[in-house]
Design a protein around this ligand. Sequence first.
Ligand SMILES: Cc1ncc(COP(=O)(O)O)c(C=O)c1O
Length: 430
Amino acid sequence: MSDGPQYGFDTLQIHAGARPDPATGARQTPIYQTTAYVFRDADHAAALFNLQEVGFIYSRLTNPTVAVLQERVATLEGGVGAVCCSSGHAAQIMALFPLMGPGCNVVASTRLYGGTVTQFSQTIKRFGWSATFVDTDDLEAVKAAIDENTRAVFCESIANPGGYVTDIRALADVADEAGIPLIVDNTSATPFLCRPIEHGATLVVHSTTKYLTGNGTVTGGCIVDSGKFDWSANDKFPSLSQPEPAYHGLKFHETFGPLAFTFHGIAIGLRDLGMTMNPQAAHYTLMGIETLSLRMERHVENAQKLAAWLENDDRVEYVTYAGLPSSPYYDRVQKNYPRGAGALFTFAVKGGYDACIKLVNALEIFSHVANLGDARSLIIHSASTTHRQLTPEQQEAAGAGPNVVRVSIGIEDADDLIADLDQALSKASA
Ligand SMILES: Cc1ncc(COP(=O)(O)O)c(C=O)c1O
């Protein structure tokens, strides 16, 4: 696709990054199932290794199928470049890696996917990194949590599982003032509902496992770089602004300008951490992205109908969907997320923990799985599964108390989904 007119989202989700295969004319992006690429000659090889020429060396770093996906997600998010990796969790580590060092911390929202809370509160300690968790609606608390060793603020746009909606612009202003990047996990919203870079985010991370692929087939992740952050404005980001010892003293920001983070992610991050996306996964995700807008429209339409139905049901205590006028985030959605509040929400079942367990066991269309963003409707009782490692206080803060189930509303017939919930709620409250 040429750098022609400014195409719309529906066009870009099919075409961005892709061109007919130069060798065969194949219209669909081929799966380049290869580990290595033959160099034209020794000078060509040296230029590639010196990053003087962009090309393919070895599939731990770059692969043509993965490259199309990188360009596509970057385009849809409005970024300058992207790095795909093996999972959403890998993308989070890869996003933090160039920014952090021993003794550095990230200020993170309390309302994050439970796996991210565990990754940030436990596992990153092994690298000498730490996380400080704050309520990102309380901007003064965010400011107070940032200290001289903070290297990023991290939030989700629409937070899994509670359906909380972040005021990205307000948080970006706080991060800007502190001279650090805002990283937004945009997995639940997707660029169809929210483009965090337009609201001031520096980096966007995705679990491409979810809506971008859209049918629960592969795991993957992606980091999109806005290209807007000045890594050399202070001395906090030496990997990007100073000579990088892991790449014979190359200064990434000076050499690559707005693409510094992307090049670092490939040349150092993928090369040395090896959390690489494989071309098969990139293929499945490219297939999914082609219909992203159509699916998201139906996901949101169904979620809106089901949330309204559940809210009026006596067997349900409350529903957290931000698309309902009763939600404290309703106004924020209208202003910042005009295409809707996504398709992920929680509801509390009268009867508590036991009723939730009966409900998930009785459902027939909804699948009880630890996933979201599938074409199928999914449900999970977070407190006994994904959020099990969290303390009761952390569970409550994440909106995953014992009486709460999380649903990821699929694109089936809304009436069938309502009938399924109706029969299962009857069994749960019997
Ligand atoms: C919002 C969010 N971010 C990140 C992840 C991690 O993604 P992955 O499972 O692809 O590692 C998940 C997984 O559920 C998620 O829901």
